[in-house]
Design a protein around this ligand. Structure first.
Ligand code: MSP
Length: 653
């Protein structure tokens, strides 16, 4: 790993409030930065806002404000949101700041003096929404290919940057550096784009048409094209032309994170600008995918633009960060659904991690006087757990270094499950009962050690909850880099406290979310696209259950349950109301359609399999918090039952 690490997000247009898409990239950059710091690296994280250009000018006019007053007003909400989302950036750049404007002007003057910028009359189709000129053949159905909005024919004199001169250098750079543009599908996309003719880049706008921008130092009738101005932020913020030492320390950037829609501006405009300045390009330009919301494109007209504040209010910042990083592979598109949020949250954070932490800590509290036990001689199963933890740490690091957050937190979840399984098999409750104190201490120490490792690995994505868990384990402050890879990072004798569960169970979607979903449902729907001709349904298709990925299967949390009580449902003959111990602090109430096959007393004491992450549902007025597995389609033929030795809460895979 190189000494310094520099990561950037796009700078966001201040034409609107920040939304889920903005939060996504910024959280990802924060997660990477925190991870790098955890690894002891000197990391620098830059974000900011893009304040010039037509979009911002129009947004200001619509509010009856001067563009500067509008920008001053809208830059702050970004910073406020980042604070609420626990984003720890090192610098926040605004393109109206003199430190930035000055560098843009110096660059322009230099390129102009060198003959790399020239003036020419120009005609073309201009898209105000994308702030780009297009040729006739670029248009799609006569509209802007980027935004789908209408374009206007504009004829004027402008300044151009000789971008075309760098086409071959750009192709060579991309071909010789397979990691420069990622994921690789995006790399091929850019190479495909470069197969077409590459023109020069119009870098000015006549003030007569649009005057909200940085004035060209060599022609006061023009301002700089917003993209030429904005891209420079990546070097103006770190002292280019002003503080050579600082600049050299940080540049080239390790990662520019961008959304897939702004890959061309970054890979083509920005790289050629850097070539013209004789500077190296960033080590990696990573284009992530886009989120849809409840299956639809985010759009103001549908009313489904997700306000990150709403999510933080409803779920808490750490859970939001976790979901964003864990739900979809970084680079792929994905859907933000509140039900999926609830499922993943309850399954991985509440049932898996929360449960491991809570039971390990509670048992230590109860049986070991709230003191961190020591580490007597390990047995084979302890050694196996330890080596699995080491392997997980390695896989986690590999995934984080390549920005595969989904995989990284997937392997962490495997460690949590291994920890839960270890507790189930070692049965500390039996060790306590039998008075086998040494073994009880070892088992609890090992499961607490797994909790510590999980907290450390979780800290980049859930910094607050990770710190909370570490505090419960008697560790204050930031995790010690040294101890990350060790299996003995706990302090024997430290005070241990279970306290409240780390993540409270989400039985129902929070009220604010239910209201937002209802509002979305009642909002007018956009016209539906013409349906593709439906495929004829074959016999085979109706009879075959579609294949699912392992990832889908593990979404279903199956746990061992112990039926404690059973009684008839007061309002339905077919239903029984059971209380089932699934290894949590409280037993679950489960309403099951078993009355026609079993009498209530028949069920008490049975060891059953429970789906614990099914969204709770009221059945004839009684809320059911899970489902019991039984054989048979329409008619119940029998329960799926477990041997006596399986403890409540044991994971079933
Ligand atoms: N100002 C330019 C960037 C200049 S960088 C030198 C800009 N700003 S933006 O505010 O319009 O968009 C910023 C980012 O938000 C882009 O990376 C874009 O991909 C991202 N997203 C906007 N909607 C999104 C989703 N629905 N999902 C994920 N990201 C999305 O472009």
């Amino acid at each position: 790993m190189s000494e310094s690490f520099y990561i950037t997000t796009p700078i966001y247009y201040v034409n609107d409030s920040p939304h889920l898409g903005h939060a996504y990239t910024t959280v990802a950059a924060d997660v990477i930065t925190r991870y790098r710091r955890l690894m002891g690296q000197d990391a620098f994280f830059l974000t900011g806002v893009d304040e010039h250009g037509q979009k911002v000018m129009r947004a200001a006019a619509a509010r009856g404000l001067t563009p500067q007053a509008h920008c001053d007003d809208l830059a702050e909400p970004y910073q406020a949101l980042w604070a609420r989302l626990s984003i720890q950036y090192d610098d926040f750049i605004r393109t109206t700041e003199p430190r930035h404007q000055q560098v843009v002007q110096q660059i322009l003057q230099r390129l102009y003096d060198e003959g790399q910028i020239y003036k020419q009359s120009y005609e073309g189709w201009y898209s105000t929404s994308a702030e780009k000129f297009w040729t006739e053949k670029d248009l799609v159905d006569g509209k802007c290919p980027d935004s789908g909005q209408s374009v206007e024919w504009i004829s004027e004199e402008n300044y151009f940057f000789k971008m075309s001169a760098y086409k071959q250098q750009l192709i060579d750079t991309i071909e010789q550096n397979p990691d420069f543009i990622r994921p690789s599908s995006r790399r091929n996309e850019v190479l495909g784009y470069l197969k077409k003719e590459l023109g020069d880049l119009c870098i000015s706008r006549p003030k007569a048409r649009m005057n909200w921008g940085i004035e060209l130092p060599f022609d006061a009738d023009y301002v700089t094209y917003v993209w030429f101005d904005a891209l420079v932020n990546y070097i103006s913020a770190i002292g280019y032309t002003v503080d050579e030492g600082r600049f050299q320390h940080h540049w080239p950037a390790s990662f520019h994170l961008v959304g897939k829609d702004i890959l061309t501006t970054h890979s083509v405009y920005w790289s050629t600008m850097l070539f013209a300045l004789g500077l190296p390009v960033a080590e990696c330009l990573y284009a992530h995918g886009w989120w849809t919301v409840e299956g639809q494109k985010m759009s103001k007209s549908i009313g489904n633009v997700v306000d990150p504040h709403l999510l933080i209010d409803a779920y808490g910042a750490d859970a939001v960060r976790y979901f964003l990083m864990r739900e979809i592979a970084f680079g792929a598109d994905g859907d933000f659904s509140h039900r999926a949020f609830q499922l993943r949250y309850n399954a991985e954070l509440v049932n898996d991690l929360g449960n491991l932490a809570h039971r390990s800590l509670s048992m230590t509290e109860r049986w070991l006087g709230s003191q961190m036990p020591g580490r007597p001689a390990p047995t084979t199963s302890d050694v196996a757990l330890e080596s699995m933890a080491r392997e997980v740490c390695q896989q986690f690091a590999q995934a984080m270094e390549t920005l595969q957050f989904k995989e990284a937190y997937g392997v962490l979840n495997e460690l949590v499950n291994a920890g839960n399984k270890y507790v189930d098999t070692e049965e500390p409750w039996a060790l306590n009962r039998e008075g086998r104190r040494d073994r009880l201490e070892t088992v609890l120490r090992n499961s607490l050690e797994i909790c510590r490792i999980c907290a450390v690995l979780l800290s980049p994505v859930c910094p607050t909850k990770a710190a909370e868990l570490l505090a419960k384990l008697g560790i204050e402050g930031t995790p010690n880099t040294e101890s990350i890879w060790r299996f003995d990072g706990l302090e024997t004798g430290a005070a241990v406290a279970a306290g409240d569960p780390l993540f409270p169970r989400m039985r129902e979607l929070p009220e604010v979310i239910q209201q937002a979903l209802e509002a979305m449902e009642t909002a007018p729907k956009p016209p539906k696209k013409k349906k593709k001709k439906e495929k004829a349904v074959t016999e085979e298709a109706t009879e075959t259950t579609p294949l699912i990925e392992y990832d889908d299967f593990v979404k279903v949390a199956l746990r061992a349950g112990h039926v404690q009580t059973a009684e008839k449902h007061p309002k339905a003959d077919r239903l029984l109301v059971l209380t089932v111990d699934v290894g949590e602090t409280e037993a679950r109430t489960i309403v099951a359609g078993l009355a026609e096959v079993f009498s209530p007393e028949d069920l008490v004491g049975r060891r059953v399999v429970v789906v614990t992450n099914l969204a709770p549902r009221k059945l004839r007025g009684v809320e059911s918090q899970g489902m019991i597995l039984a054989a048979g389609g329409g008619q119940i033929e029998g329960l799926v039952e477990l041997p006596e030795s399986v403890m409540p809460g044991a994971v079933i895979r």
